[in-house]
Ligand binder design. Structure first.
Ligand code: NAD
Length: 377
């Protein structure tokens, strides 16, 4: 049976989803939707999609689809996903799942009620290099896992948390098999973030158009506790040059380290190994590149060597075919967003925030409501 896929939101990331559906065997990209006719027609022409809509409710009503990718900005993920669920469609939402846990819970409830799947598209964990690194950790090749470190690309931390931070939480959740708590410190223009520093993402980050709801802080240090005792460290701060190759985990065990970073020239991930637990510029045994056989990167006979969305799209497509849950479905869909809320909760309480959070309200919106005189962006 050929699965029929649709996409809502025809901007940047939609190309990656469209390429995935167009290349996976047994899937057809049947319909696209965008409120902007120019964006809609550009993407639809590129992939030869005849069925075009400017209203997603109409697309869900008129088309017989099996799965829809939600590729709009974050505040629209929940309304689009809930409408898709009510129409009986499986939903693959771009990250972040939503802008707060309340609306994310509503997405999950709507999908559960309709008996459809909901997953969030953190594609990194599905790539062969990340799977290979996990095998190394599990086999004890790095000794006992101690720490995983990540840095942001250089946008203001409150914004970056919703863009790259959620990916990093998902990586850490994958490698550590669960995140238990978060402890975070946030500053803005050199002072500790208070309720008066809460603002809309467009006010905080002027260099990126994406809407990430209410955010706070230009600098963050996030420390998290993994299920088996390892730590995660995420540093997000504004820097002049923003470079894609800065992203990627540095994994430290007590007898070795792995680094997965995109090559600055090609943007394609490389995995490097050092057989020692710490590194010093001049005194450490050499880092060596770990390469995988070319066959590891093939999907339906074609190579996908980078962090392409096809890896998470394929997981959803396989789940539908095999009548299973996608790996990032169910409660797993929530983890990375739980971590975002926990960052703010921890900063404002000065204590560890344990997952899952009991208070499902947006931790910043809640604090703004308590301080009505502070700015709202
Ligand atoms: N997984 C990844 O690696 C990755 C990478 C980039 C972006 N993203 C995520 O994808 C999402 C979209 O980002 P982007 O860079 O593609 O944004 P974008 O601004 O390029 O595209 C968003 C599109 O949504 C359309 N849109 C707005 N309202 C709509 C509505 N009511 N119905 C239909 N379409 C509507 C806009 O017209 C626009 O074309 C964000 O949540 C972002 O964080 C994920």
């Amino acid at each position: 049976m050929t699965l029929r896929a649709g996409i809502v939101g025809c901007g940047g990331i939609s190309r990656s989803h469209a390429t995935a559906y167009a290349n996976l065997e047994g899937v057809t990209l049947a319909a696209l939707c965008d409120i902007n006719p120019a964006a809609l027609n550009t993407r639809a022409d590129e992939y030869g999609v005849p069925n075009r809509y400017t209203d997603y409710e109409e697309m869900f009503r008129k088309e017989t689809l099996d799965v829809v990718s939600v590729c709009t900005h974050a505040p629209l993920h929940a309304p689009v996903a809930i409408a898709a669920a009510k129409a009986g469609l499986n939903v693959l939402s771009e990250k972040p799942l939503s802008i707060d846990l309340q609306t994310a819970d509503q997405m999950i409830a709507a999908c559960k009620e309709s008996g459809v799947r909901l997953a969030v598209s953190h594609q990194y964990r599905f790539t062969p290099i990340f799977r290979h690194a996990k095998e190394w950790i599990e086999s004890g090749r790095l000794g006992e896992l101690r720490c995983i470190r990540e840095v942001g690309k250089g946008r203001e931390a409150g914004f970056e948390l919703m863009e790259m931070g959620v990916h990093y939480f998902d990586e850490m959740d994958f490698f550590m098999e669960g995140i238990e708590w978060i402890h975070a410190q946030i500053t803005y223009q050199g002072h500790e973030v208070g309720a008066e520093d809460i603002m809309h993402s467009s006010a905080l980050c002027k260099t990126d158009r994406r809407d990430n709801g209410m955010v706070a802080g230009d600098t963050m240090m996030v420390h998290l506790g993994g299920k088996h005792g390892a730590s995660g460290l995420i540093e997000l701060y504004r820097r002049e040059s923003t470079q894609g190759w800065m992203m990627g985990p540095h994994i430290l065990g007590d007898s070795g380290q792995l680094m997965i970073k995109p090559n600055p020239q090609t943007g394609i991930d490389e995995m490097w190994h050092c057989p020692f637990d710490v590194s010093f510029a001049a005194h450490t045994p050499q880092w060596e590149r770990v390469t995988l056989a070319k066959e590891a990167f093939l999907i339906d006979g074609k190579p996908w060597p980078d962090r392409h969305s096809i890896w998470s799209v394929r997981d959803m497509v396989n789940a539908i075919r095999d009548n299973q849950q996608p790996e990032l479905g169910g409660a797993n869909a929530l983890t990375s967003l739980e971590c975002v809320s926990a960052v703010y909760e921890s900063h404002f309480t000065g204590a560890r925030a344990y997952l899952p959070l009991r208070d499902r309200r947006h931790p910043l919106v809640k604090r703004l409501a308590d301080h009505p005189k502070t700015k709202d962006g």
